[in-house]
Design a protein around this ligand. Structure first.
Ligand code: ZN
Ligand code: ZN
Length: 217
């Protein structure tokens, strides 16, 4: 008879759970925010110290550069972090120009194997798992339910089918959050009428439109 060793479940550290916790008082999806932050952190370390790393440069070339969405992120990051300078980007683009010139005649592919897409995909996977762990205790689930934070539609769908996660309670909370948004937007519209202009618009009512935009982003 075989003896099966039960796989030991790894629990995320308090530090990691704290990253989700910090997003509870912020509008928007914690998974989207943390995933995007991982990509920006990667871009930051790339241009801060890794741009001369041969493996990094080989991966950049293997992916034929970066896709257009991530090129825009690089541009944003470099313009808001002038201390990084533009030498790094010139080094990478020099490699890319060599490729473009040689590939000009036989079909140019740009960014079809973007390394930053891969970084983003694996960060997203990590944060979806982390969020599912975060709401695995009733007190944290409750905290999420009562917060202004809201997991976006895309990540709600992924969580619904996540292996090993029972989405029943989470799904209920998401529906309640949408219901609350609808109430806040109604109230905002009502109070914008001069007949009720003496009633104060709450913070939740004022930013409900933004929460809905972020939910659908
Ligand atoms: Zn999201
Ligand atoms: Zn990309």
């Amino acid at each position: 008879m075989f003896a099966f060793r039960k796989e030991k479940k790894k629990f995320p550290s308090e530090y990691l759970l704290g990253q989700i916790d910090e997003r509870m008082d912020k509008v928007g999806c914690p998974i989207c925010y943390l995933t995007e932050k991982s990509v920006y952190d990667y871009i930051d370390s790339l241009f801060y110290e890794n741009v001369n790393d041969p493996i990094e440069r080989a991966e950049f070339m293997k992916g034929h550069g970066y896709c257009s969405r991530h090129l825009k992120m690089i541009e944003t990051h470099l313009s808001t972090h002038p201390q990084l300078g533009t030498l790094g980007v010139n080094i990478l683009y020099h490699d890319l120009l060599d490729y473009l010139e040689s590939a000009f005649e036989d079909g140019i592919k740009v960014g079809d194997g973007c390394k930053l897409c891969k970084v983003e995909k694996s960060a997203q996977h990590r944060y979806i798992e982390l969020f599912s762990e975060y709401i695995s205790t009733p007190d944290r689930m409750n905290k999420y339910a009562n917060s202004i934070s809201m997991v976006c539609l895309r990540h709600t769908k992924i969580l619904k089918t996540l292996k090993g996660f029972d989405p029943t309670e989470f799904w209920k909370i998401q529906k309640e959050k949408l219901h609350k948004l609808s109430h806040y937007i109604n109230e905002f519209t009502r109070k914008s009428d001069y007949r009720y202009s003496n009633e104060l618009i709450s913070m939740e009512e004022g930013q409900a439109w933004k929460s809905l935009s972020k939910f659908l982003e």
